[in-house]
Design a protein around this ligand. Sequence first.
Ligand SMILES: C[S@@+](CC[C@H](N)C(=O)[O-])C[C@H]1O[C@@H](n2cnc3c(N)ncnc32)[C@H](O)[C@@H]1O
Length: 429
Amino acid sequence: MAELPPQAEASSSTTASTASCPAPLVAPEPVLAGKMRVADKWVKPNGPPVGSTFGARLLNSEKDVFEHNAWDHVTLPEDFKMKAQEIMELHRSSPVAEGLRDGYNSKPAHYWDKFYALHEEGFFKDRQWLRLEFPELVACSEADAGPKIVLEVGCGAGNTVFPLLMRNENPDLHIYATDYSARAVEVVKANKMYPRAEHGLGELHASVWDITSKPSSSSSSSSSSRTTTSSVTSPNSSSSTPASASASASSTSAPMTSSSSTTLEQGVSTLSLDREADEGYSLPEGIQPGTVDVISVIFVLSALHPKEWDQAIRNLYTALKPGGLLLIRDYGRHDLAQLRIKKDRLLDPEIPNLYIRGDGTRVYFFEKEELERMLVQSQEGPKEGEEERGVEKKMFEVLQLGEDRRLLVNRKEKKQMYRIWLQVKAKKL
Ligand SMILES: C[S@@+](CC[C@H](N)C(=O)[O-])C[C@H]1O[C@@H](n2cnc3c(N)ncnc32)[C@H](O)[C@@H]1O
């Protein structure tokens, strides 16, 4: 990790993102006497009551800035963008040496494995903020929620799935925790709550899965193939390398050909039906197309190369049931973690905002529009040189696209630093 370890960043948002962005889509219900909901179990004794607004420490007057360590929903200063651009110009002037780029892009899982081997479960955090940011996730764990499937992608040490499982009251909740780092999956499986918490309700299934995987060409005519490939290469590279052998062994993949999409009905039939392997998908072990209620992807898309975004979204789309929700939280452009980066970390001068941390893991800093485009892009018109594609239909409706800005203050050194996170909620149409 160049500046901040990803887990530290992710978990720093544990506190920080209580300073939340837009209002939750499903407002937590107020507690009625005698009617405790699961959401109530997430509230710390001294925490805000259910239904109250989070992130309420607002800076109303500049002169108060050093009164607290952090402020919510801040407006960026006028010169912020200009200063950020100057730093990014420095990044551009000293990128990662050309000869090293493909190494980072071709085996990203290796670096995450090393990360988890080093940190084990030491950074496990009970994320209180999930209840507020993603009440839709928590709603799946209510006693009367009925059968629910939650898929957590890039689960790491289980910072999202264990808090959910721990408080779960739904006997029919199945949580699938996936990560392409086999080491992270081992950490999850080694947790004493795996596969069931002491209360015995619901079940957690952990497996290795690369969100960017797609069926290999050899599997393009067989929906039962379990081989996946991921073309993770830098734009300058002519070769494509499987991202993770272990991921290949545990994914379910199928091409999105007309025959398979017919059987999947609404699950994938909204995409063009005449495309071969590059339109295929790959799903984690045990997940059938069109069956997942909620997918959470927290600080994971930022670990991908932009070339992989399309396939990742296609896989997630395929897994979701119509009406299912995709929940994303990730690093925003000019977040403190980006501005702290010194030099020799920009992975490729042609791809601004994609960096390599000191430990070899990748990190991208998003603009809101990029995330939005990612969700609608696969549905749109013909690719260059193509005739009109078959049936085209919107894949997702974006319900929330928020920016969470928090000002951190070092009162001793009189420093002001801005954390910027993005949050998206999208519904599969
Ligand atoms: C910054 S960590 C976040 C972990 C966890 N979501 C959290 O918020 O604590 C990024 C995680 O994404 C995983 N990851 C990176 N690329 C991935 C990919 N292509 N497919 C699946 N997981 C991936 C890494 O192994 C790592 O566990």
